[in-house]
Design a protein around this ligand. Structure first.
Ligand SMILES: [Ca+2]
Length: 519
């Protein structure tokens, strides 16, 4: 079972067509890989085409970082990224669960455009043994035919590498322009007993602490790259931390010990939510929080290793670093353990939909800045492509809006009437600075919160006569917005998404097969 050969052949998916940069920027100038020059590393020093490092955490709520005010958790390296860059205080996932959010970040499409509406339970890998969550499994390339921003980067001369979690189907196959593919086989699981792909379709069994494994592969990419390749790179380092499991055998004792006496006063302990909330004993709560905090700190230490490697290789000054999570997380907030699917009906609390988002490029973008504008993952693709001077093919059909001016230290002129929209199957949310409205198709229950008066979202005003016009107005904006962008064949409002996993494609591609599990 350690090693298994697959029948299908991995193939890089970078397309051949060229993409023009915006007229205001320089012409496309893909460069070819080259050998070391006189035994010294060949470094990309072109400030108009910086290297990009994307560090994505898994289920990391913004509340679980020192730089957001948590005095109990230790995250000095992420805190230093924030201190030397921009921290976004109102950044939202496109859907509060792993796979849909990751797909939206990559493609700029909302779930009702890309068709991934729940965490992918089946379609990750090809195995006959029943060791996956769904028993036997076969690969499904859920984003087949859709461009990621990494495809655009690859076509414009970037070397793209992935180390870590993929969780968008067919994990053995390099996709979306990545030519270095060290992918975690499933979406999550044990930190010390798991499978991965190491640039080949042959799966390997690993027992190294997974956070260190991803980090080592990321560092290997950096070392290999500067030895032989002067092209800019985009390295996606996707941790599974701090996603469960949080039991002691999954994390290093040394980092667990750091929290042995932690009171965990930074995390609310609320009565179990009526929709299937967290019924933990005090001992279970402590074990889970200790493991969660340990997973965060171990990841932070690993991030520090990667940043030091950038320094040691002399490339930090020309590398844009982005740190984010795929979705938010409740660890007792609202009496929930989990994110959007921590309850049923699925929830859209800020703790589920708000994510940490930090961008750092010392000397090039503002430092120690906090930006409170409303942004979401679908904005990243247009932002990074505009920032680099590339066109965004298909962008006009997607809702994302570039916030590249913010990275340049300029006021962000648009979005005075900001709308951030989230969706998880038939549950949709619209939010501005003042109000949040949640609509559940077709029967409800619906919710309305005054975020200025009730930031904890405790008082549902949906039936308050004083709020009738607010409900009507926000519902209308929500429906208009989705009508503008939804692909009817992939419309989440029509899908019975339970938060228990997606096992097949939706719409015509699924040919009538069941796509979502109910239990
Ligand atoms: Ca996640």
């Amino acid at each position: 079972m350690d090693r298994r050969t697959f029948l299908h052949t991995a193939a890089a998916s970078a397309g051949a067509s060229s993409v023009l940069r915006n007229a205001s920027a320089k012409d496309p100038k893909p460069t070819e890989p080259s050998e070391m020059e006189n035994g010294r590393p060949v470094l990309n020093t072109d400030p108009t085409a910086p290297n990009i490092l994307i560090v994505m955490a898994d289920d990391l709520g913004p509340w679980a970082l020192g730089c957001t005010g948590n005095g109990e958790i230790r995250t000095p390296n992420v805190d230093s990224l924030a201190a030397e860059g921009i921290r976004f205080t109102n950044f939202f996932c496109a859907s509060p669960v792993c796979s849909p959010a990751r797909a939206s970040f990559l493609t700029g499409r909302i779930p009702s455009q890309h068709g991934i509406h729940d965490w992918i339970k089946s379609g990750n890998i090809s195995v006959d043994e029943g060791f996956t969550w769904s028993g036997k499994d076969r690969p499904v390339e859920y984003l087949r035919g859709m461009d990621g921003f990494t495809d655009v980067l690859a076509r414009n001369g970037y070397a793209c590498g992935l180390s870590g979690k993929w969780h968008l189907g067919d994990s053995a196959r390099p996709q979306k322009g990545y030519s270095y593919w060290y992918a975690y086989a499933l979406g999550g699981g044990s930190y010390v007993d798991y499978h991965a792909f190491e640039n080949t379709p042959e799966m390997v069994h690993k027992t190294q602490y997974v956070t260190d494994y991803f980090t080592n592969n990321a560092i290997a990419f950096l070392e290999q790259h500067v030895r032989r390749d002067k092209r800019p790179f985009c390295l996606s380092l996707h941790y599974t931390a701090p996603h469960s499991p949080w039991t002691p055998e999954n994390h290093p004792q040394g980092v667990l010990d750091m929290y042995a006496n932690c009171p965990f006063e930074s995390v609310p302990s609320e009565p179990p939510h009526p929709w299937g909330g967290w019924k933990a004993t005090p001992e279970q709560r402590r074990t889970s929080l200790q493991g969660y905090f340990a997973a965060v700190t171990a990841m932070d230490t690993a991030v520090g290793r990667v940043l030091k490697k950038l320094d040691d290789l002399g490339i930090r000054k020309n590398t844009l670093v982005v740190f984010l999570s795929d979705n938010g997380m409740n660890m007792g907030h609202h009496g929930i353990c989990g994110k959007g699917n921590g309850t049923f009906p699925l929830n859209m609390y800020d703790t589920s939909v708000k994510i940490p988002f930090i961008v750092s490029w010392p000397g090039r973008i503002p430092r120690n800045a906090a930006v409170d504008g409303l942004y979401c993952q679908a904005d990243f693709r247009p932002t990074i492509l505009e920032f680099l001077g590339f066109q965004n093919p298909g962008g006009e059909k997607c809702p994302g809006r570039s916030f590249a001016p913010v990275l340049r230290g300029k006021p962000d002129g648009g979005r005075t009437d900001v709308v951030v929209v989230d969706e998880y199957g038939p549950v949709r949310m619209i939010r501005d600075h003042e109000w949040k409205y949640v609509h559940r198709y077709p029967y409800g229950p619906h919710e309305l919160y005054s975020l200025s008066e009730d930031p904890g979202e405790k008082n549902n005003r949906i039936d308050d006569p004083k709020c009738r016009n607010t409900v009507i107005g926000m519902r209308s904006r929500l429906e208009d917005w989705f009508l503008q962008y939804v692909d009817p064949s992939r419309d989440g409002a029509r899908q019975a998404v339970y938060g228990k996993g997606q096992i097949d494609e939706v719409g015509p591609a699924g040919k009538g097969r069941t796509a979502f599990l109910a239990s």
